[in-house]
Design a binder for this molecule. Sequence first.
Ligand code: MOS
Length: 720
Amino acid sequence: RVVGRPLDRVEGPLKVSGTAPYAYERHDVAPDATYGWVVGSTIAKGRIQSIDTRVAEAAPGVIAVIHAANAGQLGQSGSHAVRLLGGPEIEHYDQAVALIVAERFEQARHAAALLKIDYVVEDGRYDLEDAIPHARQAPRGFGGPGLTRAGDFEAGYAAAAVQLDERYTTPDQSHQMMEPHASTARWDGDALTLWTSNQMIADAVGDMAVTLGIAKDKVRIISPYIGGGFGSKLWVRADAVLAAIAARHIGRPVKVALARPQIANNTTHRPATVQRIRLGADPDGRIVAIGHESWSGNQPGGGTESAGIQTRLLYRGENRLVAHYLTELNLPEGNAMRAPGEAAGMLALEVAMDELAEKVGLDPVELRIRNDVQYDPEKGPERPFSSRPFIECLRIGAKRFGWSERLRTPASRREGQWLIGMGMAAAFRGNLVTSSHARVGIERDGRVWVETDMTDIGTGSYTIIAQTAAEMLGVDIADVDVRLGDSAFPKSAGSGGQWGANSATAGVYAACLSLRREIAQKAGFNEAEVDFADGHVISGNRRIALGEAAGPDGISLTDGIDFGSLSKRYAQATFGAHFCEVGVDIHTGEIRIRRQAGAFAAGRILNPKSARSQVIGSMTMGAGAALMEELVVDPRFGYFVTRDLVDYHVPVHADIPDQDVFFLPELDDKSSPMKAKGVGELGICGAGAAIANAVYNATGIRLRDYPLTLDKLIDRLPPP
Ligand code: MOS
């Protein structure tokens, strides 16, 4: 009735009218707030020799200069490989070394320039390619184990009739979500309230408590509206920690936001990768050996980019090797960014598959169909996929896109100055689930409310949670109030790893189920025969208004879901097929996307409108990864040069003219009681490879180093 309908976002009017309060805008709760400006280290590795705060402290409006020497003892939470307030040791460029607190924002920013810091510079390692000889097999990273094997990869590959052995690279990337990291901190006695922009509320409470050395119950995190995160806000950052420390120090609320150019180096990024893929196949294109090795770097204690993760599950093959190698770098900390692992890995694997298709003379769609496998190919048929309509995605996507019009010989279609090509790639992203709880109540007037610390990072959580409660309790969605993003509410799955929608709605579903039972009992109905519809509890010919059944004081309870062994017994993932048409300017090498299309399977689609927004957004991000996004490293000084949106290019509307998204009707009853899966990250996985393959089809030039900028094409284009 309600779940599965393409309803508008319930918080949409607040957002478009500018009245949804974001963390930096909480004037209501902190009218006497002061402003903090984060001062970042201007070296990447070394130590602070001396810090002279006198001139800055005397500048107009300045209230305090907080730095390591006066900030008090700070705990180091396990969520962070680096400290969020550096000094005297410096771990990376733009690591926060001080916070200037002033009456006005401009005064704080001005005084930052008056701070005198002398550094002792040490040599660091900043170049992934140079550091590869120092790499070691990675421990478990943020996406999977360091090494998995099945069969005998080396022997299987050596014996294969068709062999492909290629190397691919992906650059460091920055999340660059719309809203920068921002916090407003206020202390009431020994208790901290932090309005911040954060994806995982309960983790934020834990990290703040550890960092500040206070009890968890003295920390309240409030984060109802978030202007995007993409993984950059999975954990608290310097803005949150420094706002809290400074507010305690001066006895007044403090607001801190990172300026756009601080995000790239002060926070986390998606680490660059070097990937080697070996595919061994029989003459019919059936894969017999598949090997994917990936190298990435990070700060000591940081994780590895698990770029081989999809290669464990996506295609058949008896002999398998997936290995991740990690090397120490002194760049800022690498961490999760939208679809960590697959987003980078699919950029390589799906180009390799395009290359294999050409070698064996098969259509790329047919090659993938031929290599489908309905069970975990590392474990065998005893671990089937919960559902895997991959072949259907390939066929339906190809039909909708018009794949049959593709000319197989590269560089054979031309329109004026444009070389036209078509490319495709698989989409694959794991389906994770995690425990999630909610409190659900019914007021005496029949209104329903839901409270959970789940976050909405622009994804539509408010709406799908309202839909779930409306469906379960038989009311209109307009009669449901959803309150999110507050650590005072029950702990949820949070937003990450595309587990949020499925897990959080399953938690709300479970709480509603318990509430239905309680109401039925209260009304004296037989639980098994009760229905909830039209705002009433109905049993046989008896109807009671929901508010009446709730009683004069209303009714509420907390419950949730814990996922059992189904996620271990069944391989679970989301699937799809990307298609793309590009034009490449024969004179300049400029690549223009003409259209993108995809067919996707992700279980029940809870809200086709918000799910489509997730997929077109992530297809757009895939286009950015293919064509323009790159944190350029200055290897002399160890920092990312491209740090604002002038230099760090992301797609704009003019880059993305036409997108078609189709969802396969699917229910996955192993995934959750919602029979849904995640969809927020699926669309980025493979989207960039489809573009790279289209560029090859257009030009005959195979590029294996992202981003595919025109300088890599221009000298190799056919004569005009
Ligand atoms: Mo996602 S990279 O787990 O926010």
